[in-house]
Ligand binder design. Structure first.
Ligand code: HEM
Length: 513
């Protein structure tokens, strides 16, 4: 080869050597670039072909992610389920950076883009919407609900109507009555509709919402986790036929949509007589009417309304009522807490009236107890799934816009670097050295950033009024047969909502002093 080269004129020799060097450099650069460009997802357990990490998903995953995976892989973890990758934001620092920093907050504000979910939601509503549609309707909902008195007396009135009834009846049918009372509060705000216990349509609506938030049957995740299988015509029906209930989510959504459509029809029939909106639905229809008279290309259409009502109802019922279930459970396990709350209510009200929201200023222990319940139980352990609106490189790892982002709020609330003995239930951690209630930056049950819970002020008001009102009237006890299952009760469900396991609370009426 060398001798052949020497036969060529000197200039040709130089050209050939230069060309060979160039080719070698290009090949090296190409290989390096390919290596660089191969996506580098956050670390996590090794996936199996086809199934991903299905077999690594010990339940409940949020407990594992917080303790085992964080130790093994760190603050950013990924795993796959089917063909979808999940990325867990696994520490407070990473969550704060992703959801609130000017650089990342907007990018991390997307929602899941699964074709199955989109076939039901069409990307409408607030929870499921993205971009300008989401911003416009989040703003509208916040304004309307604030006008109706989120955190003001309008809501207090609706809560008091339920509370007064609970104080009379709770010892009769407790498991059924608290969720119904909470559902009625949001129903009055949305539809100006308060359901009785015999209202079957409302009960179906409640149960369908409940099942979609709490259910953890694996079948319902299949169409989202395996979009490829979902798009094979008839495959989902085949799974359904062999007993895998892939359509439970869809059936429940249809029940909730039907209920909302009936409410819309009822309101529309009376709209001509409405000058001041009595509820959210009226306010939306009036806005729709106003926009219709100006232009046709607005986003206040009927399906957007159906989705918004459904989402507000679902988001506003099971969340608050399960937080109250956790609170009653911990109060039963720590009886001194309920006595201290009852004493604070008595000092504030003389037990001659129901508690009002401004009483909270003097009820330090009650506020600390509620914070501790929210920390310890963490009702939405992984928040609601987010998505990045574009492919990004974040903290040295690649995250695709198709990845589902899980925000490990449970991990934050049980992080030993942030809390002293986090596995102990201890409301006093929220009482400062002056004996006053003081919350913590690290308590984030409603999440943080642009997507943070829209109903936070309503939820806070409900938790305070319902709990202080219940302990004003009752002392609670866990049924003695439940103690043997206490561990399972406390681990609870592993759906979107973390609900306590099945148990029974007994209500004893407090003796009037
Ligand atoms: C104790 C009760 C509640 C808890 C713990 C809770 C928690 C949460 C969490 C963690 C999120 C997800 C935030 C995110 O994606 O980063 C959320 C979103 C949301 N919540 Fe709540 N929530 C509660 C009550 C309510 C109530 C009463 C309403 C009723 C109006 C409500 C309406 C919403 C809505 C509409 C969203 C979606 C916001 C958006 O996507 O822009 N929530 N909530």
């Amino acid at each position: 080869m060398d001798s052949l080269l020497l036969l060529l004129p000197a200039q040709r020799q130089r050209h050939l050597v230069a060309a060979a060097a160039l080719a070698a450099a290009s090949a090296a650069a190409y290989l390096l670039l390919r290596r660089r460009q191969r996506p580098r997802p956050p670390p996590g357990p090794r996936p199996w072909p086809l199934f991903g990490n299905l077999f690594n998903l010990e339940r409940p995953t949020f407990l594992v992610a917080h303790s085992k995976w964080r130790r093994q892989y760190g603050d950013l973890v990924s795993f796959t389920f089917g063909s979808r990758r999940f990325v867990i934001l696994n520490s407070y620092a990473v969550i704060k950076e992703a959801l609130t920093s000017p650089e990342w907050a907007e990018v991390f504000s997307g929602r899941i883009n699964s074709p199955f979910i989109l076939s039901m939601t069409h990307g409408k509503g607030i929870v499921s919407a993205e971009g300008e549609l989401w911003r416009e309707h989040r703003r509208f909902a916040l304004k309307v609900l604030r006008d109706f008195g989120f955190a003001r007396s309008g809501t207090e009135e609706a809560i008091h109507a339920e509370l007064a009834e609970l104080q009379q009846t709770l010892d009769a049918e407790p498991a059924e009555l608290v969720p119904r009372a909470i559902a009625n509060v949001i129903s009055v705000l949305l539809f100006n509709y308060r359901a009785g216990t015999q209202d079957e349509g409302f009960t179906d609506f409640m149960l369908a919402s409940q099942e979609n938030l709490q259910g953890n049957n694996i079948g319902r995740f299949i169409p989202t986790a395996f979009p490829g299988l979902y798009s094979i015509p008839g495959f989902m029906r085949l799974l359904q036929l062999i007993g895998v209930d892939v359509f439970v989510f869809k059936r429940n959504i249809e029940v909730t949509h039907r209920f909302c459509r009936d409410q819309i029809d009822r309101h529309r029939r009376n709209l001509a007589e409405v000058s001041e909106p009595a509820d959210f639905l009226d306010a939306f229809l009036l806005e729709q009417q106003r926009l219709n008279s100006k232009r046709s290309d607005h986003s206040f259409d009927d399906f957007q309304l159906v989705r918004t009502l459904t989402e507000l109802f679902i988001a506003g019922t099971d969340t608050t009522s399960n937080t109250i279930r956790w609170a009653l459970l911990y109060a039963a396990l720590h009886p001194e807490c309920q006595d201290r709350i009852a004493a604070e209510v008595e000092a504030a009200t003389g037990n001659s009236r129901l508690p009002v929201y401004r009483d909270k200023k003097a009820m330090h222990f009650t506020m600390a107890f509620i914070d501790e319940v929210q920390r310890y139980s963490t009702l939405a352990p992984f928040s609601v799934g987010h998505r990045c609106t574009r492919d990004i490189r974040f903290k040295g790892y690649d995250i695709s816009s198709n990845d589902l982002i899980m925000v490990n709020l449970y991990g934050v609330h049980h992080d030993p670097e942030l809390w002293d003995q986090p596995e102990q239930f201890r409301p006093e951690r929220f009482i400062n050295s002056s004996g006053e209630y003081e919350t913590s930056e690290f308590l984030v049950p409603f999440s943080i950033g642009k997507r943070a819970c829209l109903g936070e002020s309503l939820a806070r008001q409900e938790l305070f009024l319902f709990l202080s009102g219940i302990f004003q009237a009752y002392r609670v006890e866990l049924h003695k047969d439940c103690y043997k299952d206490l561990k399972d009760i406390e681990v609870g469900s592993a759906g979107l909502v973390h609900a306590p396991g099945k148990h029974q609370i007994i209500f004893h009426r407090r003796a009037a002093k």
